[in-house]
Design a protein around this ligand. Sequence first.
Ligand code: UDP
Ligand code: MG
Length: 512
Amino acid sequence: MKRFRFLTEVQAATIEPALSGKDILVQAKTGTGKTIGFLLPAIEKALRSPVRPKGTPILVLSPTRELAQQISTEAQTLLPQSDLRIITVTGGTRNPSTDLQKFLERDHDIVVATPGRLHDYFTGPRKTEAYEKFHGLQTLVLDEVDRLLDGGFARELDGVISMLPKTKRQNLFFSATISNNIKQVAKKYNDGSEYTFISTLKEDEMNVHQHVHQSYIITPFEKHIPTLLALLHLDSIKHPLPHVTTSTPSLSPGTTGPETLSKVMVFFPTARHVSFAMEVLSSESIKKSLPPLLEIHSRKSQSARTKAAGAFKNAKSAILLSSDVAARGIDFPGVTLVIQVGIPSSAEQYVHRLGRTARAGAKGQGIIILDPQEQPFYTTREMQKTTTISPYISSPSSHEAKELETYIQTYAQHVQNTLETVSANNPTVIGSAYVSFLGYYKGQARMMKWSSERLVEEANRYAKQVMGWTDALPPAISPKAVGMMGLKGVRGLNIMKPPRPEREQSRGDRRQ
Ligand code: UDP
Ligand code: MG
C-alpha cells in the first residue's frame, strides 16, 4: 500500500479479529480511517481464498449513493496495481436497465451498493440471476451500520440480506455512533448470534474529537440566515491564503471576499430548507462577499449531486449547503467549519455532521445556530453523553461579539432586500420550505413542547418573518400532506382545494 505506512487506531484494533474471521461491530470516531478498516481484511481474505468457480466475495452496503461511490474509489486507489473488479450499484443513474445488464454480465470482486437499488435487482424480472451473483459471498460490510439499521431502510435491507446465500459469511459492521439498541438490532443480521463489539472510544470519552472546537448561538429563527452569513464571512477572514497572512484583509459584506482557504459545510433540517437558503445566498449582493456556493440534497438530480460533491471535494475554498445526504461518511478534505442551522434530527446526526471537519487529525470547528425554543436539544441526555458545547460568544461586551453583531446587521439588510425578490419570483420555494418546516418540526414537537396548534402558528410565523411570505394566508398545503403529518383539523392551515394528486415518493426515500 503506497498511501499509508501505519494503521490508524481503529484499523489496528480490528485487523486481527477481522482476519481471524470474527463477526465484528465496530465503533470509532469520524474521520479515523474506518473505510480501510473494513476493506483491508475483506480484500485480504478474498485474495487468499478466491471464490471458485466464480462469485462475488465482498458486498458493502452504504446508506447514500455518494458514500457508496467514495468507498468504491477508496477500494480502487487502495490497490491500484491489482486487478480487483469493483462495481458501484446505486439509484439515480440514467439507465437502470443498462446498469443491470452490466452488473449481470461481468464478474465482480467487490460490490458497493445502496440497499434500494440492490433490492430492485433482487425483486426485478432478473432477480434469480442477480442474487446468484453473490454465490460464495465471504464478507458483508454495513458501513454507517446504525443508519442502515435505524428503520428507514428496513424493507430493502431485509429484502437484500434475506436473499444472500445461506453459506457462512463474515459480517463487518462499522459506524461512529452505535447505541445499545443498535447492538440488539445488529444481532438480527448476524443470524441472531453474538458478534465481537470493538470500540476505540475510551470509557466515558465523548464521541467527538477533542480538537474540534464546538459552540452554539441562540438566536430567533429570523436571525438564522444573517447570523450564518456573518459566520461564513468571519471564517473566510480567519483562513487567509498563506501569501496574504501579512496584510489583514479589509472587507465588509458586499465587497468581494478575500482569497481564502475557508471551506464550510452548512447543514439544514431538510432538502427544502437548503433550496430556500440557496435562493437567498445566491443573490448578487450576498454571494459576492462569499466563497463559491454549492448545494447538495435529495431534491437535486443525481448528476447535480455528484457534480456538487466533486466540486466541493476539490475546492480550496467553497461553501456547501447540505441536507443530511452528506452528513455521514463523506470525506471532504480541508473543511474548516461545520455550521448546523436548526436542530439536527438526533445527537448521532449532530456527531456525523460535525465529523465532516477535523478528519484524519486535521483541525476544525463546529457551530450550531438554534432558536431559543430549540435550546432543549443540547441539554438532552444523548447530547450530554456525546459532547460538550459552549456559547459562541462568551462575553456579550467583547470585541468579538460586537464584530459579529455588526456583520449580522449588515447582512440582515441584504437578506431583507433579497427576500422581496424571492417571494415575488419564486413563491414555490417558500411554499415547499414551509411544508417541510411543518413536517420536520412535527417530528421534534415533543422536545420543543409544541402542540399541533403551536406548530402551525410557528410555521406561519416562520413563513412571514424568515422567508418573507407576504400573503395574508399562509402558503397552501395539500390535504394529503396535512393527513400524512397528522395535522387534520388543526387551525391556521391554508388547505388546497380541490386536492391535487401528488406524486408518490420513491420507496425508502426519506428526502434528506
Ligand atoms: N486515512 C488516513 N490513514 C488511513 C486511512 C485513511 O489518513 O490509514 C485518511 C483517509 O484518506 C481519509 C480520512 O483519513 O481522508 C478519513 O478516512 P475514512 O473516511 O475512512 O474515515 P471514517 O470516517 O470512515 O472513519
Ligand atoms: Mg466512514
